[in-house]
Ligand binder design. Sequence first.
Ligand code: NGO
Length: 532
Amino acid sequence: MTQHRTPRLLGTLLLVAAAGFSLAGAEASAADRTATPLGRVVPAPASVDAGGSPYRITDATRIRVDDSPETRRVGAYLAGILRPSTGFSLPVTSQGTGGIRLRLGAGSGAGSLGAEGYRLDSGRDGVTITAGKAAGLFHGVQTLRQLLPAAVERNSVQPGPWLVAGGTIKDTPRYGYRGAMLDVSRHFFTVAQVKRYIDELALYKVNKLHLHLGDDQGWRIAIDSWPRLATYGGSTQVGGGAGGFYTKADYREIVRYAASRYLEVVPEIDMPGHTNAALASYAKLNCDGTAPPLYTGTDVGFSSLCVAKPVTYDFVDDVVRELAALTPGKYLHIGGDEAHSTSHADYVTFMDKVQPVVAKYGKTVIGWHQLTGATPAKGALAQYWGLDDTSAAEKAQVVKAAQSGTGLVLSPADRVYLDMKYTADTPLGQDWAGLVEVKRAYDWDPGTYLPGAPGSAIRGVEAPLWTETVVTGADIDYMAFPRLPGAAELGWSPASTHDWDTYKVRLAAQGPRWEALGIGYYRSPQVPWPSA
Ligand code: NGO
């Protein structure tokens, strides 16, 4: 570190001497050159008032927390990010003033910041993040992270300087539901891979991780009362690989880790279609009593639970009960898409019977938007995954449900399906919904996307990553970046900030950050990435 610094400092001193400036003046101009402009953050903050002196994190900086355990935890998390790259000790303490301060529920209008909002004040003496709730502090910390140079994300000591531009950010989310889905059924992903994705999501203030735990190709969660679901139904995946499943301990660890990043896990068991793995595991679930073979292809719409058999509802009750017991969050997703092998009447019957089971175990139903073709339970959310040019009749059905109180989560497939190819040349992904370049993924408004749906029905945005073609952690990164931050911004930032030309500049600034984090991404020619 010293070796790096000496020539830099010497250079600065020589320049200062030549120009006849004071050292303080030189520092100020260095600050101007290197502090990230206050608003250059993804998602765009709701309000930015830049100005005043920057704060410089130094060896003397302390992270000052109030006495609540949650504030301490967020402080420790921040220290964990800053220490390796700055090389500073950054003690987390409740003593003293100045430095980086995390304050929960105290003054500065914290009450108006809601469950997830925060305020960040930066000036010569320090940076203060204030929030009403710990989630807000955590989101404020993500903003602070992005205001520091990208090198802050590295694991070894970097030269700095570590400047935070002066001014005030006040920030609250547009929507309460800001999700990302990972399909762990088509290809299985380990707990470590899921944790890495959680960390990537947290950086962009995503607060829901939807896990697609069951589909034709694999059942991925241990259910004690139906053990073969996981041990047999989870024993393969697309292409015939070994597959895998989460034990309950694994799953609890995912839920715990997500909660430590203020994400709620939304588990999905897709029903009554997309159930070949379950049907293969238990012959009695099939109408004809014969188990089909395991499936490793990528067709959809060929499987259905047997709506007429009572055992189907024993199965559903057991699965929902055990899954609900693993789920501290509010929601349980029951799928309901592409039930092409279930008659419409059976579909309606099935949903009428299954939704009350979810309620019985204390959870709120989410279903893919085909659920609006049945009768969505009171309080249920429908996840819209149509296209811009989905038929008017299908959209009208969703809009009608929204008018009757069903909340909507928007995942238009030709906008935010992260498994769509960026261009015809993208080596991974599908193109059934079209090619989705970065601009297309960002340039739509959730508030007006489905005309006729009341604004209050729109609960948020979710970016699903289906994994028929996605096999490794690197594949996840490549398909998610740089589109995921756009979906996150649509969920968080006020419509008034929506502007592709300024967004692409903020997005471009994320590139070096991803490089520092080891995230391989698609270098879209639409984005003005800084040259390496
Ligand atoms: C569809 C289908 C999934 C596929 C995905 C691939 C929904 C909700 N059902 O989305 O089974 O994996 O497309 O893009």
